[in-house]
Design a binder for this molecule. Sequence first.
Ligand code: 5GP
Ligand code: ZN
Length: 120
Amino acid sequence: MTQSDCIFCKIASGELPSKKVFENDEFVAFHDLRPAAAVHVLVIPRKHIETLSHCTEEDAPLLGRMAILVARLAEQLGCAYTGGQTGFRTVINTGPGGGQEVYHLHAHILAGPRPWLRMG
Ligand code: 5GP
Ligand code: ZN
């Protein structure tokens, strides 16, 4: 399920370039074009879902797998929580009120010094 005018659908299909860090049949993860932190990766489902508010019970397994993928990618990116001061921030902006710019569901993975500088 894709939407022809959606930049993240185009990134998922390879029609638009991106610096991918992961992809499988369900998800794609790539570096944010304008990083707000030392680590700033976006995780998207290939399925075009506009916002978290559009998710239904049917999307629960997808959202669960997306959360676990975030945790695994954080390990791959070297920012997983392994005790002490380690860890990362996960952000899903939803709608104009939540500062969402791209209307294809995505989770931000942010880590490094003050990763919340831009993310509110
Ligand atoms: P939102 O505010 O919707 O949660 O975040 C959208 C994010 O997508 C922003 O951090 C922005 O920098 C990033 N972004 C927008 N367009 C592109 C693009 O074409 N490529 C990549 N890699 N990131 C993008
Ligand atoms: Zn899309």
